[in-house]
Design a protein. Structure first.
Length: 101
């Protein structure tokens, strides 16, 4: 069984930081960065499940944290190996840094 705890922690941390961020930071690109990450995590999960990927909709800047949580937790369920977890954590950390939160 693959330990996805590092991914879940990274996703939860990023989502918490977004929820605590001021609206001005979300408007300056943090929410867009978060949505991009959520879409990528969702796309990866759908591919691993053998589905044709559908793009996660833009539900607004205040929903970005929730979208990251959903996509990250969905991906954690289907990741096949530790290297995949490491790669997903790297994606989350890079997006968090670019978002500035």
């Amino acid at each position: 069984m693959v330990d996805t705890t590092p991914l879940l922690r990274a996703v939860d941390h990023f989502a918490d930081r977004l929820r605590a961020a001021p609206q001005s930071r979300l408007q300056r690109g943090a929410a867009a960065e978060a949505l991009g990450l959520a879409r990528e995590l969702s796309r990866r999960a759908q591919l691993l499940e053998g589905e044709e990927p559908r793009e996660m909709p833009d539900a607004g800047m205040f929903a970005a944290a929730d979208q990251i949580m959903v996509a990250g937790h969905d991906l954690a369920v289907v990741l096949p190996g530790d290297a995949d977890v490491d790669e997903a954590v790297r994606l989350v950390e890079e997006a968090r840094k670019r978002a500035g939160v």
